[in-house]
Write a protein that binds this ligand. Structure first.
Ligand SMILES: [Zn+2]
Ligand SMILES: [Zn+2]
Length: 263
């Protein structure tokens, strides 16, 4: 598998980024980065002359872009194997409620560090890099362009604790990076504050998640639109599947999923 390609911008934060991330704030950030170069989220070294803002030049090649052939359900690559239409080991027994799934990078190395920084270390400053990595992968960018991107909702308590909703911030960053007719619609709500899922097996997660999501109040689903559920990481697919089921019950005919990282 080839490493993530250089996206063609040599400066740590270029002017297009600055404009895209909000006028003078963006320019202030560029100036601040020049005076105090940020440290790499993965190795801690200074980030200088990197195509990304928060990943250093030594760590950028460790980002592994996912390309076909992939599992049609979760997007995990089939390394050198014939793929056909079969699902991978991650998806056995999933019974997907969505059509297709894609993922941008393998969830390891700097990709894992970016997601952990976003979720656990007040890391909204990594969103530009995450969106750039997705936009640089045509297999995923083409899949998202023109669709209605739906963030997997956070429960209100978690959002209050964290101070931000990283899922919807990530989707907003994707919309800015992809442009065109792509848009964000927070059509789902998390109505049950499910316990942390990481220690549960698949059966427990599915039971826990069955009623956790609902359509957000006052929201309508347009069956003519294609909805793509967006999450940071594909683990068992249970959360995405529960969200897809809500969209389908509400009348959505085309529901796909896309994650930043997997594997
Ligand atoms: Zn590094
Ligand atoms: Zn799969």
């Amino acid at each position: 598998m080839e490493p993530l390609e250089d996206t063609g911008t040599a400066a740590p934060a270029d002017s297009a980024d600055a404009a895209a991330t909000g006028g003078w704030r963006g320019w202030a950030r560029v100036a601040a980065d020049l005076v105090f170069p940020p440290s790499c989220v993965h190795c801690g070294d200074l980030v200088e002359a990197s195509p990304l803002r928060m990943v250093c030049v030594a760590c950028v090649p460790l980002l592994v872009r996912v390309e076909p052939p992939c599992c049609p359900c979760c997007g995990h690559p089939f390394f050198g194997e014939a793929s056909g239409e079969r699902l991978c080991v991650h998806c056995e027994g999933l019974r997907p409620e969505f059509g297709e799934g894609r993922t941008a990078v393998l969830f390891r190395g700097p990709a894992r560090s970016l997601v952990h920084t976003l979720k656990y270390r007040q890391g909204l400053h990594v969103l530009g890099d995450m969106a750039k990595i997705v936009a640089a992968n045509p297999h995923v960018a083409d899949f998202l362009r023109g669709a209605v991107l739906v963030p997997v909702p956070l429960h209100g308590r978690k959002e209050r604790e964290r101070g931000y909703n990283q899922a919807s911030e990530y989707v907003q960053a994707l919309v800015s990076a992809l442009g065109g007719a792509t848009r964000c619609a927070a059509v789902l709500a998390r109505v049950i504050d499910t316990q942390t899922q990481t220690s549960l097996d698949r059966a427990q997660r599915q039971a826990n998640l069955k009623n956790a999501f609902a359509l957000a109040p006052g929201v309508g689903i347009n069956p003519e639109l294609r909805y793509v559920l967006i999450d940071d990481v594909f683990t068992t697919g249970s959360t995405l599947n529960a969200c897809a089921a809500v969209l389908r019950r509400a009348g959505a005919l085309k529901v796909d999923v896309c994650t930043f990282g997997h594997g």
